[in-house]
Write a new protein. Sequence first.
Length: 452
Amino acid sequence: MEEQKKKCSNEEHKDMDAISYCQDCKIFICNKCLSLHQGLFKNHQVNNLDSNNEIFIDKCKEINHINKLEFYCKNHNQLCCSSCITKIKTKGYGQHKDCEICIIEDIKEEKKNKLKDNIKYLEDLSNNLKNSIKELKELFDKIDERKEELKSKIQNIFTKIRTALNKREDELLLEVENIYKDLFVNESIIKESEKLPNKIKLSLEKGKLMDNEWNDNTKLCSIINNCINIEYNIKNINIINDNIKKCKINNNINIEFNLETDNLTKSIKSLGNFFDLSNLDSMILKNKEDIDKFINLLSNKIKIYNMKLLFRASRDRLELNILKEKINNKSNLLFLFLTGNTRIFGTFIKSNIEIKIKNDTYIKDEDAFVFSLNNNKIYRILIPEYAIRFHKDYPILIGNNAAGNGFWIASGKFICLNLLQTPKVYDFQKNNELTEGLNNFMELEIFEMNFN
């Protein structure tokens, strides 16, 4: 709501809008009174109400409070009057009755010292802010270039299949804008930061001017009020600076767009995914080639945004009680295996995991599957009731049923059962490429998948 305009304090001009305020006389002045007042009182401090100068009136601003501001509330860092601290809390009185209160003279030294600190802080900030804004603009340009490259990549793909994919393209472009809006520098932060130098300059100039007036007790109330305003300004400045720092930190996030074009029309409704794998913590997926294979292969089955490492065998020890601690009550888990001959394969389990230490635990999962990065293939688990099994002696068994079939780890080696008369992870009789030539077990990592 717009603040109501002040009227002239002269009774003859009480209906006229005030254009100035005299700090010494404590009156509002209209344009008819201004020249006369300035002629009579040349040394009075008169402030223009339309300027950037903050007008301080040492009367309480609370409704129906007619007293001068004589007290300071330590709880709220605020000047107040005797009505504010009355023990009777009614009709706007007693807002600060339970607060720690002192007279303004008692807070003088504390605010004086605080002002010195704030002047030093503002001086340092003013010196460093110019470079910070320049770096922020350069950062914005780089991030904006990345964003445009990502959008261009999406547009080039959709151009080939424009008729079928117009709707999905718009959704992805909007998603790019939303991701960059939330994570990276945007123009609003630039605009906010550009206002800081002038704001700091005004506070700094005012602070230095006030620092020379502490011995003038007639202006003490005004000085204390200005000290409080400077403190509030610094809080706002720090909020903007924190946003700038956050933007710089988020610059390390690397978002990529990958798309598998084979059989595109069959998966058009779920086409395209964003992946933030810049912070992927994996000893198995270490190079870009393997990561690209992984993304392209699994994007046909699941939509990955990022992956959170829950368990690593070389770090946490492959024991059932540790697995229970790390992955119990988790779902959408990816088990990634590495062998001594650098074969990478794994399993995806969508169902919630509930490991029981005393008994074997079988997890049923209609959506589970096995995949091989080396073969660039996904294999179906034929018996969903035995998608994964947890056992005290063979901690993790993939695609294993009571008769025995699938693969697990024991004594540092992969063991693969090939009993043709029983259900299998996939058809070993026709295809043993997943397990052919398996060497010593090297590593197992379990990730929680975020599909965003």
